[in-house]
Design a protein around this ligand. Structure first.
Ligand SMILES: [Zn+2]
Length: 282
């Protein structure tokens, strides 16, 4: 079924974290949902504003909803990292079930005021909201955050933010970085524990999942992460597989494009399966 994060988290309580996978092009969508169905786990499909504009809000939402309605698992469509309140309102009006307002670069009071506005609008439409406090560095969708500008989430700020805004989920900075695929992150578990104790009902979100080792991923889930984002690995692997299939011997202009894209879509299914298994509590 098509769900927002509030209902998805509730139904997934005690079962682990929900995986949030960045859709970079439409071809990825059916493969990702299929992987979740085979494991019987919920799945969050998320897009940047750029991807939503590339595919088109209406066709993207209509297709995800159609697949979700006939699916055996819960599916959410979430707008990832968006700084534009008007664009988020458009996403909500068009039918996204969840959105993230990212005011992490702003002074905290401004971040709180803007997030509150988005939460008011979203909740009136049955849509959930993720906010961000602290700054997760790195590059995402071509936008580079200065490594020095990245900083840990301060627990007192997170608590203040959560109680003021009423956001349903909160992206926290505990050592991961966006776009990290060459090395693995060092997670600050002491901070995670403190955030978990302070935040209670607000779902903690881990960004930069590509740079987290399998062992750390499992531990983050055990320690209470509710949503884990994976983006870079999908983009990187799609490029790798497509580069191989498109340049393989025997490919001609008459070769079926579907045949060439199939292996990349299959790879997406494999990655979602591998990650979702780590997000599931035994
Ligand atoms: Zn992120």
């Amino acid at each position: 079924m098509y769900k927002n994060l509030i209902d998805m988290f509730k139904e997934n309580e005690g079962k682990g974290a929900a995986g949030a996978f960045n859709v970079h092009c439409f071809e990825m969508v059916p493969a990702m949902i299929k992987a979740a169905e085979e494991l019987n786990v919920p799945i969050i499909l998320q897009t940047s504003l750029g991807t939503a504009e590339y595919i088109g809000f209406a066709p993207l939402i209509a297709a995800v909803k159609a697949l979700a309605e006939k699916s055996s698992v819960n599916v959410a469509l979430h707008m990832d990292h968006c700084k534009d309140i008007e664009a988020l309102k458009k996403a909500i009006d068009c039918g996204y079930s969840s959105v993230m307002y990212d005011g992490s670069a702003l002074p905290i009071e401004e971040n709180i005021a803007n997030t509150k506005e988005v939460v008011g609008y979203a909740h009136a439409h049955g849509v959930s909201v993720e906010g961000e406090v602290g700054s997760i560095g790195g590059a995402e969708d071509g936008i580079v955050v200065d490594k020095d500008a990245a900083m840990y989430t301060r627990p007192e700020d997170a608590l203040h933010f959560a109680s003021e805004t009423g956001a349903d989920a909160l992206a926290v900075s505990i050592g991961t970085t966006h776009g990290q695929y060459k090395s693995k992150a060092k997670i600050n578990y002491e901070l995670l524990e403190e955030l978990k104790a302070k935040l209670g009902d607000t779902g903690l979100v881990l960004h930069g999942g590509t740079g987290v080792s399998d062992e750390d991923m499992k531990r983050c889930v055990r320690e209470g992460m509710k949503k884990i984002n994976v983006g870079t690995e999908l983009n990187k692997s799609y490029i790798e597989v497509v580069a191989e299939t498109f340049t393989a011997e025997g490919v001609t202009p008459l070769t079926s494009l579907r045949t060439l894209l199939g292996p990349a879509n299959d790879r997406m299914k494999e990655i979602v399966t591998e990650k979702a298994l780590l997000f599931k509590l035994d």
